[in-house]
Ligand binder design. Structure first.
Ligand code: ATP
Length: 228
């Protein structure tokens, strides 16, 4: 689903690359944690997959497409296959739970009838049934993240990228969010999650990729957050 072939990324004016010679493959339906200290290259890794940047060297394939040679006009279609969730939720202020999720389908031109069917189904999946009409800014952090996950998943993307999705949540709420991401993964969605949350990584025991100064220093099946 995602293949890095010797991918290096230099930002303009940088002496050291943000990512250096990354080689790896993430298969369909995998759940992968991306860990590493601040500045190790995690965000750059995720942004390359979204074609926010191009690799300076090497080749990156996502959902069968070579992102290096992809025309700019095809990038929106690529991004429709990748749901994104962030630490700070990024919901539409002043909109209800329902509107936040429906908007994701409206902007890609889905028919109103389909939207009326899929949005309630997805809100039920994330445990927000009955809260459709609540203003999203009045919800708890955990509920807001559920809205964000519903919005990211409502289009049934092949890949879900989560950048520190539990970073603003307490441990108990974080466990609930991880159960939800696990359920989405079991629905055959490839999940890639950047995190500093060691207890979650240690509990879940999924594949762990560790970056250090832009290099991939660990690729461990059923891994833990840190090596001793
Ligand atoms: N737009 C940019 N322009 C120039 N340098 C950048 C840019 N974005 C990131 N960098 C640099 O690239 C390196 C990797 O940064 P990146 O944001 O990918 O790390 P990170 O692991 O996501 O960090 P964090 O955990 O703090 O989000 C750092 O040295 C950073 O300063």
């Amino acid at each position: 689903m995602i293949t890095f072939e010797d991918v290096t990324k230099f930002y303009p004016g940088q002496e050291r690359p943000a990512l250096r010679n990354i080689n790896l493959e993430i298969g369909k339906g995998e759940f992968v944690f991306l860990v590493g200290q601040s500045g190790s290259g995690k965000s750059t890794f995720l942004r390359l997959i979204l074609r926010e940047y191009r690799a300076t060297k090497g080749t990156l394939y996502v959902a069968g497409k070579n992102l290096g040679t992809m025309n700019q006009w095809k990038v929106p279609a690529l991004r429709r296959q990748i749901g994104t969730v962030f630490q700070d939720f990024r919901l539409l202020p002043g909109k209800t739970v329902y509107e936040n999720v429906a908007f994701a389908l409206q902007v890609i031109g889905r028919p109103a009838k389909e939207i009326r069917k899929i949005v309630p189904e997805t809100l039920e999946l994330v445990g927000l049934e009955g809260k459709e009409d609540r203003p999203s800014d009045e919800l708890s952090g955990g509920e807001q993240q559920r809205v964000a996950i519903a919005r990211a998943f409502v289009n049934r993307p092949k890949i879900l990228i989560a950048d520190e999705p539990t970073g603003n949540l307490d441990p108990e709420t974080s466990v609930g969010i991880m159960k939800l991401l696990d359920r989405i993964n079991k629905a055959d969605t490839t999940v890639l999650m950047a995190t500093h949350d060691s207890s979650i990584v240690d509990q879940m025991r999924r594949r762990v990729l560790e970056l250090r100064s832009g290099e991939l220093v660990r690729d461990q099946a059923k891994g833990v957050y840190g090596t001793a």
